[in-house]
Design a protein around this ligand. Structure first.
Ligand code: NAG
Ligand code: NAG
Ligand code: NAG
Ligand code: NAG
Ligand code: NAG
Ligand code: NAG
Ligand code: NAG
Length: 637
């Protein structure tokens, strides 16, 4: 069909363009409005240690404590010194809950999240001892708290934050106790952010905040003021990080700054409404404390808010990072005035513990609105997902006590101990961690062994001896890797699964259980081939040397495979017999027609139907007549 343009369609096309134009127009204006609708609405703000939901003075709702794996609630010693309810209560993890405890936020869409913790001690336990502990996010160590904490930190607490990628549908924030100190946390925030934010970061890096400064202001944002930041970032005053304070001048504006609160980073307008500059043409220097040996991502924020700067070239300066000239900045040339301009740079393999950012004037005085610095922490390898599933199933089925701290990833982070009793190693291509050994002898365990244990395809040694485990030995056990198996002195029932016979076992201790039935011959041969096997003291194991012979048809109260074969064979035999009899019968009946009928077969046939009988009688009659003339044939019996 050919499309013809009638006046009506022309009109609607015009309308369409108008609509597009208006939409475009509105959306561009909306971009510079301070509160653009934010598409990533998912946020959890957890008031750790609180039994009730609370609302802070900025109308932010904090959820009652949830998603933790253990621990005890507490309260700071001087609650009146704290402004917000969520800063006063806390959760701590005494060592009786294990070395490793976590907050695990479930059911999250995969993506990038902003994590923020508020950690405070304030002598909540009356012991005047600030604890040493580590915090990991998604299996990567991100914060290390070491006793003694600086006095101010201990009293007032501190916010720490980072961006991390959640890929398994749940966010893990884990705490690892050092020297039996109880880790402590007062609040935890999780905000979904744009996946392309801070666009140079990858999904396999955690961006840990090492300084987020707003120049020429007091600290602001969540935790400090009710100024909004859609990601939940708070911005510190730059005062303490500036190294030349004497000739620094602050300028600020109430004018709208364009290009703020936009995708993907949603930097708030307030950040660009103030700035610092210097008198004359001296340089402006910031020094940030960092940890050596990491890469850092530096973001610098600029906006020309001095209306005396009217054209490109009026204000030009060079940026030096750790004495390296990295770029030349002319804000007006880039975006004009009253518009946001951001620039970022990655510092590789930093060797010093200070990162310096110096703005050196080329024309006019340098000016800056904000500065961010993130350590790029590579994700620690984590346990391969199906082995995590197996370990969680075992935690459940073996009823692992809390004190063993089976929380978070079983193996990661690698510089913490794995779950108690668990040994891990790197897989062959060094991409992930796998479980190689489980040692849980004499731990008072009462559950059963989950079938999921079969997912542990790198398990070499399993020792669950001297517990009170019930149920059967799962048929999932018997993976190729398994060499040592000690399940002795439990209350395991049922028979030994054939799967065990197919593994490369060297040591098999199943003594002191309630096992019964036939021992797979191949398993028994472990002992013959230089390994060791102990089957002593069970309920009714049989069928290998030194054990009684198995009853032929029945094992463990059900039909044995031998029994099944025997029954199968007897059925076949009976069937063959019947076939044989019928054949003989037919053969004989054929004889009947020709010759005399033995009374026995006749009567059988007679019972079957009358016709047959009548015929037989008739045949008999005929035969008797016939016999008169011929020599009768006597059938041989
Ligand atoms: C807190 O709020 C959440 C969600 O708004 C709700 O599901 C929960 O029941 C509340 N908890 C309490 C203790 O009020
Ligand atoms: C907080 O929210 C309530 C209603 O939800 C409203 O009445 C009140 O004015 C708000 N307060 C502030 C400071 O925004
Ligand atoms: C998140 O990632 C996990 C593991 O890669 C996957 O199983 C799950 O389906 C993903 N969820 C979504 C919503 O993409
Ligand atoms: C810094 O580098 C820029 C180019 O990026 C160059 O134009 C400028 O002259 C350099 N400044 C100094 C002080 O070397
Ligand atoms: C990082 O720098 C140190 C010296 O400062 C050097 O020994 C090391 O090899 C560097 N590492 C990388 C990955 O470049
Ligand atoms: C690494 O090895 C595992 C099996 O051990 C395999 O599933 C995975 O695909 C391998 N990954 C790479 C990047 O080779
Ligand atoms: C299994 O653990 C128990 C108790 O910890 C220990 O006595 C036993 O020797 C272990 N078994 C093996 C085979 O190492």
């Amino acid at each position: 069909m050919v499309l013809t343009v009638t006046p009506t369609t022309t009109m609607s096309v015009t309308h369409f363009f108008l609509l597009v134009f208006f939409f475009f127009f509105f959306s561009t204006t909306a971009y510079s409005a301070p509160h653009q609708p934010y598409p990533y609405g998912l946020a959890y703000r957890i008031d750790c240690g609180s039994a009730t939901n609370t609302t802070d003075p900025f109308n932010t709702t904090w959820l009652s404590d949830r998603f933790y794996t253990g621990g005890v609630t507490g309260i700071v010693s001087e609650p009146l010194r704290f402004h917000y309810p969520y800063e006063k209560t806390l959760r701590f993890f005494p060592v009786s809950y294990g070395k490793k405890n976590c907050y695990v936020v479930p059911s999250l869409p995969n993506g990038t999240y902003f994590f923020r913790t508020f950690i405070v001690y304030d002598n909540y336990d009356g012991k005047s001892h600030t604890p040493s502990f580590d915090i990991s996010v998604e299996g990567t160590v991100v914060f290390s708290w070491r006793s003694p904490w600086p006095e101010l930190l201990s009293r007032d607490g501190a916010y720490s934050d980072l961006f991390a990628y959640v890929k398994d549908g749940e966010a893990d924030v884990c705490f690892y106790s050092l020297a039996t100190d109880p880790p402590v946390i007062s609040s935890l925030e999780l905000v979904q952010v744009d996946p392309s934010s801070y666009n140079s970061a990858g999904n396999d890096l955690v961006l840990v905040n090492y300084g987020r400064l707003s120049c020429g202001t007091n600290s602001w944002g969540p935790g400090f003021s009710d100024d909004a930041d859609l990601f939940g970032r708070s911005w510190q005053s730059d005062k303490d990080s500036r190294s030349n304070s004497a000739d620094v001048r602050t300028i600020s504006t109430r004018n709208t700054i364009s290009g703020t609160d936009v995708k993907p980073n949603y930097f708030p307008m307030k950040l660009y409404q103030s700035a610092v500059t210097v008198d004359g043409d001296s340089s402006l220097e910031y020094k940030l404390n960092v940890d050596a040996k990491l890469d850092y991502l530096v973001w610098l924020h600029f906006a020309e808010i001095d209306s005396t700067v009217k054209k490109a070239g009026d204000r030009v300066f060079d940026v030096f990072i750790n004495d390296k000239n990295v770029t030349r900045i002319d804000i007006y040339k880039q975006v004009g005035s009253f518009a946001a301009y951001s620039w970022h740079y990655t510092v590789k393999n930093l060797s010093s513990s200070v990162l310096s950012v110096t703005l050196v004037a080329a024309k006019g005085a340098p000016l800056i609105s904000g500065l961010e610095n993130y350590a790029l922490v590579p994700n620690d390898p984590s346990t391969i997902p199906e082995q995590v599933i197996a370990m969680k199933a075992l935690k459940e089925s073996l009823r692992i006590p809390e004190r063993m701290g089976w929380n978070g990833d079983p193996c990661a982070p690698t510089n913490w101990d794995a779950w108690e009793g668990v040994t891990c190693r790197m897989n062959e291509n060094k991409t992930a961690l796998v479980i190689s050994q489980i040692d849980l002898g004499s731990q008072g365990l009462k559950g059963y062994i989950s079938e999921q244990i079969g997912l542990l395809s790198n398990l070499v040694s399993l020792n669950l001896s001297s517990n009170s485990l019930e149920g059967e030995i799962p048929s999932g056990l018997g993976q190729k890797s398994l060499t040592n198996l000690d399940l002795s002195n439990n209350q395991l029932t049922g028979s030994i699964p054939d799967s065990l016979a197919s593994s490369s076992l060297q040591l098999v201790l199943l003594n002191g259980n309630l096992l019964e039935g036939r021992v797979p011959e191949q398993l028994y041969s472990v002992g013959v081939h230089g390994g060791a096997i102990d089957l002593y003291d069970n309920k009714g194991l049989c069928g290998v040397p030194s054990l009684p012979a198995c009853p032929i048809f029945w094992e463990n109260g059900r039909l044995s495979s031998r029994g099944k074969i025997a029954i199968g064979l007897s059925c076949l035999l009976v069937f063959c017999l019947i076939v044989l009899l019928v054949l003989i019968y037919i053969r004989k009946r054929r004889n009947d027609y020709d010759f005399g009928l033995p009374s026995e077969l006749m009567s059988l046939a007679a019972k079957r139907n009358r016709y047959q009988r009548q015929k037989s009688l008739m045949v008999l009659e005929m035969e008797s007549q016939h016999a008169k003339g011929l020599h009768p044939f006597t059938p041989q019996q």
